[in-house]
Every structure is written in C-alpha cells, then in structure tokens.
Design a binder for this molecule. Structure first.
Ligand code: ATP
Ligand code: MG
Length: 587
C-alpha cells in the first residue's frame, strides 16, 4: 500500500522551478504583468503564430531548434525558429495568393510533421481560423466537422485525401482549396481538384506581413473528444497565447534549454496547446513524433533525444505499465526531470509506478477543450497526493459549486462534492460552441464557468476528480464517482482496466455495475468474479461497491483514450449508442 503523499525535496531538483507553489506566488500573479512576455504586433494587435515563432525568429533565438522532427527509423530533421518563421510565411503567402481571406476556416488533416506546423502557423498568420483534425478519423467524422466548421481550405497528404476525403468532397460545398503534400514518397501524381503544397511553397513569397488580429480575434476551432455525446466545436482566440505561455511556464516548468515532448495528437486540443504553442511560446525545442504507440520506441525517444519534460496521457502510461518494468529499466533517462499527464483521471498506481520505474512521479493535471489550457495541476515543487489532479495554477480561480434552482450558485466547502467552476475570464477561455449559442450561455453563471466535471477540494486545497456529471451514479441517496470505484478495482492484481456505470434500480435509484478486463495471465471465472465483488465491498463499503460485475475483453474508449461509459450504459440498457465518431475500436 502506498503512502498518501509523495513528498519532494526541493534541494534534489536539478533546476529551480518556475513556480515554488507558495501562496505569495499566487497572490503576486497578474495576467497584465505576464502579458509583458509577449511582444504584440507592431500595430498593437496580437497574433498567436507571431508570438510563437516570429518573436523568437527576430531575436537571439533565430538559430535555436524549434522542432526536432523524428522519422520512424530514429533519424530526423531540425527546424530552427528562423526557418519555421520563413516557412510559415510561405504558407501564409500561398493562401493569400489563392485569395483566401482572414476569418476563413483552414482545416489541417496532418500527422505530426512539418506540414502540420506550417498549416497551423501559416493559417494563423493570415488571420484564418485553423481547425486540426485527427488523421485516424474516417470520412464521416471528417465530413461532419468540416461541414459544421465550413472549412474553405484543407491541408492534407495525398494518401489521406485519397482514402478519406475524395469520396466526400462533393458534400463539402464550402471547400474551395485542397492542398496536398506527399507523405508516402513517390505518390506525386496530380489528383484532380487539388494543389501541390510543396510546389506552391517553393514559388511563394517568404516575406509576409502578419494580419492585424487582436487578442479577441478567432484563431482555433477544436472539437471536443465526444466522450459524453456529439463532439462540440469549440472556438478559441489569439489571446489564448497568454494562457499557453503561462501554463507552459508554471504547470510544465519549461526552461529555455528544455527538450520537450508532448505525445498527444494535434487532433485533440492537447496536441495543439502543448504540442504546438506552449513550447514555441517559451522558445524551447519540441520533439515531434508522429508514429503510433510503441513502448520500446517511446523509451528510445526519451533516452536518445534527451527529453527533459514529457507531457503524456493516462492511456499511454497504462500501455507502458503493461509493457513491463524490465523494458523501462533497460533504458536510462538522466535528462528527464518532469513528467505530466492529462485527459483522464490518473490512478494513484500510475503516479507511483512512474516514481518506481522511471525514477519520476507522474504529475496529473486537469483541463478541457473549453479551457484552452491547463487550469489545475500538480507542479514540480508541490508534494503530490496521488489520485488528485493538484491545485489551481496562478491566475486561475476555482471553486466547487452547485447550481441551485433559479441559477444562483451555492459555493461548497472543503470535501463537499460539486461542480468544478472557474472564474471567468482567462485568456484561453473558449468564446463559442459553434452553432450552439444557448449551450454556450448555459455554461456560465455570473462570473463563473461551470465545467461539467464533479470534484471535491480537500483542506489543503487539492482538487479530486469525482466524475463527469453525466457519469456520476446516484445510489441510495449517495453520489458515487466512477473513478474512485474503478481505481479501487484496479488495485486488484488481476484487473487491467475497469469502468463502472449506474443501472436504474427501483429501490436504490441506481446500482453500480462494473466492467472489468483482466491482465495477461488471468482468466475470467466465477471465483474471480466473486473475489472482485468482495474486494470492492471491503475497500469501498457496501453502498459504493459494484453489485454486478462483467468481464470484457476491452473497454470502449475514444481515440484519445478516454473511457466512454455512456456506450457501456447504452449497451447495457439497450438504448441507442449515439455519436460514435470518436470511438477507438468499434465492437
Ligand atoms: P465531450 O465534451 O465531447 O464529451 P471530452 O470532455 O472528453 O469530450 P475533452 O475536452 O478532450 O473532451 O476532455 C476534457 C475532459 O476530460 C474533462 O472535462 C474531464 O472530464 C476529463 N479530464 C481531463 N483531464 C483530466 C484529469 N486530469 N482528471 C480527470 N479527468 C480529466
Ligand atoms: Mg467535455
């Protein structure tokens, strides 16, 4: 059994953290003061791409490596801030020459490679709204998102276009320009109705005057993961740069000489806020790796690239844990000094596993597409309470509330369970759900944004995730958070993954049903079934413990690795499955 707190000795840290997590640091924080770190446009505006790249390219950082783009065989190429500035200028010039206007929507369906960065940064320089899509989406999710976003430009590879877009092209009336690059080596045949990106780049002007966007100009359109329903189109502005900068500095502790690796795909907001913007805004080197997960290769990247700060997700950590400690221990990571995770609750087991096997604990942090950047985090200098997502960052005011009748908020005290609310505004706060004004308005009560996640705050100010409000189970008058029940089941040596749902019950309101997949070497049996129910009762008490348990091969997850409890529930109750466009493996 692990201890409840993972303490840190500040004297052991290789670098002085950017934030020592003192009360003073929070009190002294001001967004206005932080904003001095950004240059602003010569005319007084603000542009995310200018801040991320051009600001550095015009200064001492011109030759510093911005991107280290790796190929599958361990080779790669370095792109400096100066080169990235010029190349993204060229992309902006291409769009301008085509007649694309500021405000138009540029969709980017690219893996993690140079073209992704050129599309995103170049589109922003022209003042377009950029929307990155996940490459593993099939034609239908691409069509839905591009129709909703009225994309007029699409940047993608020839192979992806052939496989996923050609057949839906005529159902995208707003789409005027398709720019293709060839990522398959040799696949250069001209495809009707498309343009060749690299030819156009070669002819384009490398001087470009950035559009006069302001902090309030729309910049990015992101789609939520679709865990709880149809994905929402979330609109962000150029001013988000300040949140990206501040969170890169305080939550991820980025320092000038860092080699940073964010392993998230740009199709999800983590892959842009932290895969693209935060490291560039802080002038550090990012490792860019676009291949599918492979434990051995991931350890090799950490080792060979001398990654210092790594931002990943529970789903990847689970896979690394599954690959075994021996594999991890056959690699060495002397440069690595900070590991963070986001996207789902991080089980305490995983935090300790990091400490024991990688030599560093994993630091959970919380945010969502709507917040645009990290809001609550375990930071370098803080002791970790494994299972907690940490404390609000400087500049973030959080509260635990309930929304009573008539909309007035009730503020809850320590250890009470309620909605996680954030005081608005902050720079990366979303500005719209595309086409759903009423839904957007409903998220705000007075000066507070309600996240839709249920949490509790302990007496030390740490926040604990209870569950999404849609997933929380109400049984015999108790509120049961699925995460607590799942974490407890996962402490059993036979359990690989667990998910719980509430099943309607005439007497209790709902009862808890668990779905469990087993680790390699364990087989489902009545005895194990009874043992797991007993394990749950012993750890959680009869009220909270699952009453029913079913063994499954695998649990339904979104492509970004999030548990889709709503699907388990729909299947269990024989209800329609709803939007499954984000589902990882249809079953
Ligand atoms: P949708 O809104 O379409 O249902 P989604 O909420 O999963 O999808 P994202 O914005 O990608 O889409 O995910 C944010 C959500 O992920 C948070 O609201 C929270 O429920 C969950 N989450 C993120 N980080 C954490 C964390 N550290 N601990 C617990 N949950 C987290
Ligand atoms: Mg959500």
């Amino acid at each position: 059994m692990h201890r409840a707190i993972l303490k840190k000795n500040l004297a052991d840290l290789p670098l002085t953290p950017n934030w020592l997590d003192s009360v003073q640091a929070r009190e002294a924080f001001s967004w206005q003061v932080q904003a001095h770190a950004l240059a602003g446009l010569p005319g007084g505006g603000l542009n995310l791409a200018y801040e991320a790249v051009d600001r550095h390219a015009q200064g001492a950082h011109r030759r510093h490596t911005a991107l280290r783009i790796l190929d599958r065989n361990g080779g790669g190429c370095d792109i400096s801030y100066g080169e990235l500035s010029t190349l993204s200028n060229r992309f902006a010039s291409v769009l301008k020459t085509l007649g694309v206007r500021p405000g138009e929507r540029v969709f980017v369906l690219c893996g993690r490679g140079l073209e992704l960065y050129l599309g995103v940064l170049g589109g922003l320089k022209l003042g377009c709204v950029v929307s990155p899509l996940f490459c593993a989406f099939g034609p239908q999710p691409i069509e839905t998102r591009m129709r909703l976003g009225e994309g007029s430009v699409l940047l993608t590879s020839a192979a992806l276009y052939r496989r996923k877009v050609a057949a839906i092209r005529e159902r995208l009336p707003a789409l005027k320009h398709v720019l293709l690059f060839d990522d398959q080596g040799g696949d250069t045949a001209q495809i009707e109705g498309t343009l060749n990106l690299h030819q156009l780049l070669a002819q384009a002007d490398e001087a470009f005057t950035v559009a006069d966007t302001t902090a309030d100009s729309p910049a990015l359109l992101h789609f939520t993961s679709g865990t709880t329903g149809t994905p929402k189109g979330v609109l962000h502005v150029h001013g988000a740069a300040l949140t990206h900068y501040v969170t890169g500095k305080y939550a991820l502790d980025l320092h000038p000489d860092d080699v940073f690796w964010c392993s998230a795909d740009p199709g999800w907001v983590t892959g842009t806020s932290y895969g693209i913007f935060a490291p560039l805004l802080l002038g550090v080197t990012s490792v860019v790796e676009g291949n599918e997960f492979d434990a051995e290769r991931w350890y090799r990247i950490l080792e060979q690239q001398q990654v210092t700060v790594w931002y990943t997700a529970p789903t990847a950590i689970r896979l690394l844990m599954k690959a075994g400690a021996a594999l991890a221990r056959s690699h060495h990571f002397p440069s690595l000094r900070f590991i963070a995770s986001v996207g789902e609750p991080l089980n305490p087991e995983a935090v300790w596993w990091g400490k024991e096997v990688l030599g560093l604990p994993i630091h959970d942090n919380w945010w969502q597409t709507e917040t645009g950047g990290i809001m609550i985090a375990n930071t370098v200098a803080m002791p970790i309470k494994p299972g907690s997502m940490g404390k609000p960052l400087p500049g973030v005011e959080a509260a635990v509330v309930t929304r009573a009748q008539g909309q007035a908020l009730v503020f809850l005290g320590d250890n009470e369970v309620g909605d996680l609310a954030l005081k608005q505004p902050w720079p990366a706060m979303f500005r719209a759900y595309l086409g759903q004004e009423e839904r957007y308005r409903h998220c705000f009560v007075g000066e507070w944004y309600l996240s839709g996640d249920l949490v509790r705050r302990d007496a030390d100010g740490y926040y604990w995730f209870i569950g999404r409000s849609d997933d929380v189970i109400k049984s015999a008058g108790h509120l049961i958070g699925p995460f607590e029940v799942e974490s407890s089941l996962m402490e059993h040596p036979a359990v690989a993954e667990a998910a719980v749902i509430g099943k309607p019950d005439p007497l209790l309101g709902e009862t808890v049903k668990a779905f469990v997949s087993l680790k390699h070497g364990f087989a489902a049996s009545q005895a194990l079934h009874d043992e797991l129910l007993g394990h749950g009762r012993k750890r959680l008490g009869a009220v909270v413990a699952p009453k029913e348990l079913e063994f499954v091969e695998a649990l339904p997850r979104t492509r970004s690795g999030k548990l889709m409890r709503r699907l388990l529930k729909a299947r269990e109750l024989g209800l329609p499955e709803g939007d499954t466009s984000s589902l990882e493996r249809p079953s």
